[in-house]
Design a protein. Sequence first.
Length: 420
Amino acid sequence: MWYHRLSQILCSTRHQLKGGFRLQALRYPCFQKRILAAPRWQHSAMGPLNGAWQQHEDHLELRYAGMVMRFDYVWLRDHCRSASCYNSKTNQRSLDTASVDLAIKPQTIRMNETMLFLTWPDGHVTRYNLEWLLKNSYEGQKQAVQPRILWNAEIYRQAQVLPVDFQSFLETQDGLKKFLQSFLLYGIAFVENVPPTREDTEKLAGRISLIRETIYGRMWYFTSDFSRGDTAYTKLALDRHTDTTYFQEPCGIQVFHCLKHEGTGGKTLLVDGFYAAERVLQRAPADFDLLSKVPLKHEYIENVGECHNHMIGVGPVLNIYPWNKELYLIRYNNYDRAVINTVPYDVVHRWYAAHRTLTTELRRPENELWIKLKPGKALFIDNWRVLHGRESFTGYRQLCGCYLTRDDVLNTARFLGLQA
Ligand SMILES: [Fe+2]
């Protein structure tokens, strides 16, 4: 390892002269001391990705592959991947984080083309692969977002996303992967040639996830018999919404399979909520911001027959990750939105205006994808992203489906090498 000390000193002196620091440094000795002690970039042996580091009082600044990253010293000690600190067989931390001195600082730091080495006051050595740091740093995560194609009806139709065949979905890894790829990109995906039975629909769902049992049971099977206290169990039209907003964790994925319909109407409406939210962000960022910050309650109260339920879910309409502002969950259901009592009056009015902006986007006809569900064609909907609704219908309509555990669907996708 070698350092470019001379060039740094020259560079730093030039900078001081340019900025007029030198004069001040001469006049005030303490200031001079500060300048001399200022951190400097230390370079690794010249690798293709040109790494360099700078030691600061409370953090390490690392430049690698064109990115500047900052690491707190406790973080660097806590994430040590040595055999005594981390069990690489179970991928679990062995180090007791509470045992790390919060004022810890490395005694020595060195770096080569691929690795960073930190020696701690007790002599313990931590080695980090620079690629690993790049991937796992806050700065790296800020740039990483889930690949998605946001769509309106035209974009989705133009994409000509192919459905996956039932047998291929069930029996081949390739079929399953293709299905999950389009599901992750668009938030909806279809499987064709599914035998129109409840059992086969269950088999289909079980291929990618555990079925999430809810107050509606494991598999739901409904007609317009008003057997439950919910509009879904009628023949009425349903405006766009996401389901189970009244759960603290709304159901991740919904599966629909129409087993029979003898009558008219009943087309299914799909709207990409993330597309609409993105439009709000572009056109009215203050509205987007408010919708992502104001928590609201959604509620389900049912007293029909033997069913007695009172569910409450709390959260903003738009849920974003704080580190990269990526939207990951939209909670939108005007039917189930509860009394607004979590917001002061002056914010309430602004919230209604922001909600109107989003609703306007969600209701634009060009954003509506209408499809007729038919026996044999099962639809999977990302309930955290895509809103669904339906037009009113006549006749006998039998629909079956279920909710899936989001964690399990994403787990299957990751297992197949997809980013999820
Ligand atoms: Fe619904």
